[in-house]
Design a protein around this ligand. Structure first.
Ligand SMILES: CC(=O)SCCNC(=O)CCNC(=O)[C@H](O)C(C)(C)COP(=O)(O)OP(=O)(O)OC[C@H]1O[C@@H](n2cnc3c(N)ncnc32)[C@H](O)[C@@H]1OP(=O)(O)O
Length: 458
């Protein structure tokens, strides 16, 4: 392990931190700690107040996945703390509710290498508005990144509510996604898709799909650079079992189709909802579409686009380089509504992370990383052959002067999955030469074809 745990920044007086595993009572309901924690997270994201029954949809998925809950709590008996202690004790939500929350758990990230890399995923980060900008996030982040380093994660990853928060901790946007709407009416300029279809797409009962959803995702995850492992919440949502009692509008409105290949294999699925007859144009919204290969994805799209009575298809989380747009005879049938960053990556262990990544060509280069948290600082010699790298930590004095570049850990996060060229980052002043650098040659080694894509939100 080449990573160093960061220095943990201290908490202010009167606060204490506790990390515990999500747990359930014997009857399957969230235990008191978990319920108070989850309520605080929902409050932090301005969600409606939830009943215990509604809360019970989240916690079981956390338990299954081994999520660690880190809460910052106000010490009891602090009424004397001026000027806020008394008001907090009298009017606050109660000392069992944390004032800071942070959730992390282990999955893998497909970085394009032979095997996906161990990734610590971070979510549920909130701080009570009365306690913000006092270093609570900094404490939770540094202490949990220290744990991730000690427990062997190669990278950490999250999705960010705001773009200004996580760069200071070494995270950078590493994948993007787009919201795209397709006009699939046959009137007007005419809607048509290229190519003959193959296999057969069938409507199915979503509640029967759990095993299929899991198996198809395994195949998708293995073939898709940028993919992270999924929490069981996806299997519940995709099989219309998201909320208790199966009576919510989500559960009742969900529809599903599967693609059956010419060989009789199920190659992929899509789950979607019809937005109702009041939607104008009549809209079908695709929530999740996962295929084992490009052919099944293409056929699922073709089927949805050719369904009767549908005038528009909306995909909120589509890849930025999407098959659908390239299948259109009239390319203006696609309207990109927005493109945004999705997965943010933070390299923890440079050797494991770089050895787990795909590479564009053979070559040797040296990388000096600077890291404000000290986690990944150092100089690394890379030897890339046949698409995989051997990475060794070397002393700065021993480094070859040729092809020696330097960047911050944050910039390595941006570069990691190949969503941006090393040349663009050089032009932005974020990658510099420390010796003689043949930049085009370096770009051929570091840059990767196509855009990475993460189909999973967490
Ligand atoms: C992975 C996820 O879950 S993403 C969700 C993040 N959560 C939210 O957006 C919910 C609403 N926001 C919050 O709960 C809080 O404002 C948080 C969690 C974003 C920040 O918590 P705080 O305890 O206030 O942060 P903390 O005091 O530790 O600040 C650390 C640093 O980040 C900066 N910072 C904190 N929040 C922000 C922000 N929203 N935008 C820009 N900078 C920020 C602080 O100024 C500080 O900077 P410094 O290092 O220069 O001193």
């Amino acid at each position: 392990m080449t990573a160093q745990p960061p220095q943990v920044t201290p908490l202010a007086e009167g606060l204490r931190v506790r990390t515990f595993a999500a747990a359930l009572n014997e009857d399957g309901t969230p235990d008191a700690d978990g319920a108070a924690f989850t309520r605080t997270v929902e409050h932090g994201f301005y969600e409606p107040w939830q009943s215990d029954e509604q809360l019970s949809r989240w916690l079981p998925t956390f338990v299954e996945d081994g999520q660690q809950l880190t809460g910052v709590y106000v010490d009891p008996g602090l009424a004397s703390l001026e000027p806020w202690g008394e008001a907090f004790e009298t009017y606050g939500f109660g000392p069992e509710h944390p004032v800071g929350t942070f959730v992390d758990y282990d999955k893998t990230l497909n970085a394009g290498g032979a095997e996906p890399v161990p990734a610590r995923l971070i979510t549920g980060v909130t701080v009570n508005p009365g306690f913000r900008r006092r270093g609570i996030l900094k404490h939770m982040m540094t202490s949990r990144l220290a744990a991730a380093v000690q427990e062997g994660a190669a990278v950490a990853a999250l999705t960010a509510s705001e773009g200004g928060i996580y760069g200071r901790f070494g995270f950078a946007p590493a994948t993007r996604e787009q919201e795209v709407a397709f006009n699939v009416t046959e009137a007007g300029e005419g809607f048509a898709l290229r190519g003959p279809s193959t296999g057969r797409v069938l409507p199915v009962d979503p509640s029967t799909l759990e095993e299929l959803l899991k198996e198809t995702f395994v195949q998708f995850h293995a073939r898709t650079r940028g993919s992270v492992g999924r929490s069981p919440a996806y299997w519940k949502a995709g099989t219309a079992r998201w909320e208790p009692g199966n009576i919510t509008s989500w559960n009742r409105r969900l529809r599903a189709v599967v693609h059956v290949t010419e060989e009789g294999e199920v190659g992929g699925y899509a789950v979607f909802t019809h937005e109702g007859w009041d939607s104008d144009p009549h809209t079908l919204r695709v929530h999740d579409m996962i295929a084992a290969d490009a052919v099944s994805r293409r056929e699922l799209i073709r089927h949805l686009a050719q369904m009767d009575l549908i005038q528009r298809i909306v995909m909120k989380q589509a890849p930025v380089q999407d098959t659908f747009s390239q299948m259109l005879v009239n390319p203006r049938a696609a309207a990109v509504k927005s493109v945004h960053d999705h997965l943010w990556v933070r390299v923890l262990d440079p050797v494991a992370a770089l050895e787990g990544r795909a590479w564009g060509a053979d070559g040797d280069f040296t990388l000096t990383l600077t890291d404000p948290l000290g986690i990944s600082s150092g100089t690394y010699a890379l030897r890339i052959r046949g698409g995989s790298a051997e990475v060794a930590s070397v002393s700065a004095e021993d480094a070859e002067p040729a092809q020696h570049v330097t960047m911050e850990a944050e910039t390595l996060g941006a570069l990691y999955l190949g969503d941006v060229s090393v040349l663009t980052l050089r032009d932005a002043g974020r990658v510099s030469a420390l010796g003689e650098v043949a930049w085009e040659q370096l770009a051929a080694v570091v840059d990767l074809p196509g855009a990475p894509y993460c189909a999973t939100h967490f």
